[in-house]
Design a binder for this molecule. Structure first.
Ligand code: ZN
Length: 409
């Protein structure tokens, strides 16, 4: 399928695949979702992998958000290498808060683009269009989103008439169907195009709404299980992982535990002296109110970083407050895109800016979110047995292509 035996991308060597390989990023897939779906008898295919497959628990990138982790998976590298450390950041050069979904912010090439350059047939399907340009950056092949499936053109997406291929209408951006469309498209592409390598990335609408094991969550994983079984039947090597986990961020009454950090800092130091950035912010905030467990804070004089860090760390619900350099070392982040402080809240708490900047009226169920260290553990599952796995290795979700190409029988 490719003219070469192996390729090196971002310093890591990958054996070129000899059979179709599908890497799936299941957005917000806390390991417990799969465990509970299997226990309920709703995921017979995934259950069958206990006998013949591979399952390890891997660490995602912190901040445990969608874009940094999707880009880590497709580059095989942490954000310190690829540069995407949030959905949203403070662009110091532009002096503005901006979305980070423009490929100009991407600092390195992807495994997908390198495979395509080596002659492999590559396809990418993502639920939300915000990821499409990043995932498909400089990649020859098929790349489209469920969200914009009606708008594909061969010139931009490498394919025409996706709706005809998939046989589903364009789903609402707030629906489980947006992810089902990704899986359905993946199966149809495998049937018709038989890509050598395919990357499928879903959306966490269901995971934000439903805890592991409840009806809607098990329905989602039953749906996914069926499509994965079809890909398996067609002979594909499958690796399934997640961009991040998901946890309830509420008290026992289901009320969100929110630390409004900008309000705290304004009260302490005065308005305009600090700027709290929430990298979870994206255009689709209805289901999480832009509340996650990770924030970064820019300080201006006379606020001293160590004093501010100590003040924030003393707030109830905080897990970790680090100065920029320590945070970038620990979480492998690009220092020029991180504030003076990195603030991580604990499992039951989220961080906001100011109370009046968060619209929680769209939260029709108790808040579930992510972003912190408490959502770092994700599944890394394959439908083949692994050989010679290094003992004691700390697996990362961005080892998905390494596992698929270098370690499976
Ligand atoms: Zn996500």
């Amino acid at each position: 399928m490719t003219a070469i035996a192996s390729l090196t991308v971002n310093g890591r060597r990958y054996t070129a695949p000899t059979q179709p390989t599908v890497v799936v990023c299941v957005d917000g897939c806390e390991p417990e979702y799969i465990n509970q779906a299997i226990a309920a008898g709703r995921a017979p295919f995934l259950s069958s992998l206990r006998e013949r497959g591979t399952c390890v628990t891997a660490d995602c990138v912190v901040p445990s958000f969608t874009n940094p982790n999707n880009l880590s998976i497709v580059t095989g590298a942490p954000p310190s290498v690829h540069g995407i450390c949030g959905n949203y950041f403070w662009d110091r050069e532009a002096g503005a808060e901006v979305m980070m979904n423009d490929p100009k912010y991407l600092r390195t090439g992807t495994i997908l683009a390198a495979l395509a350059d080596a002659g492999a047939k590559v396809a990418v399907v993502t639920a939300k269009d915000k990821l499409r340009a990043l995932l498909g950056h400089r990649m020859k092949g098929i790349c489209f989103s469920s969200e914009k499936a009606a708008d594909v053109t061969p010139g931009v997406n490498g394919i025409a008439d996706v709706l005809g291929l998939v046989g589903m209408p364009v789903p609402s951006v707030y629906s489980a169907a947006l992810s089902e469309f990704v899986f359905a498209a993946g199966v149809k592409l495998m049937e018709r195009e038989r890509p050598d390598v395919m990357y499928l990335s879903t959306t966490d609408y269901i995971q934000h709404k439903s805890a592991p094991g409840v009806g809607a969550a098990n329905d989602f994983y039953a749906m996914m299980d069926g499509y994965l079984a079809r890909l398996d039947e067609m002979g594909a090597t499958l690796v399934v992982t997640a961009d991040h986990g998901m946890n309830a961020k509420t008290d026992a009454f289901g009320r969100p535990n929110v630390i409004y950090l900008q309000d705290v800092l304004d009260a302490a130091y005065g308005a305009g002296t600090t700027r709290v950035i929430l990298p979870i912010t994206d255009p689709y905030v209805v289901h999480h109110g832009a509340l996650g467990s990770f924030a970064t804070v820019y300080l201006s004089l006379p606020v001293a970083a160590a004093e501010a860090a100590a003040r924030v760390a003393a707030l109830p619900g905080m897990e970790e407050v680090l100065l920029r350099d320590d945070a970038c070392r620990r979480f492998e982040l690009p220092p020029d895109r991180v504030g003076d402080l990195v603030v991580v809240s604990e499992r039951l708490s989220v961080i906001g800016t100011s109370r009046d900047r968060h619209d929680l009226s769209g939260l029709d169920v108790p808040l579930r979110s992510h972003g912190g260290i408490s959502e770092q553990q994700v599944p890394l599952i394959a439908n083949r047995a692994a050989h010679a796995l290094p003992a004691g290795r700390r697996w990362r979700n961005f080892d998905a292509f390494d596992l698929a190409f270098n370690h499976l029988a």
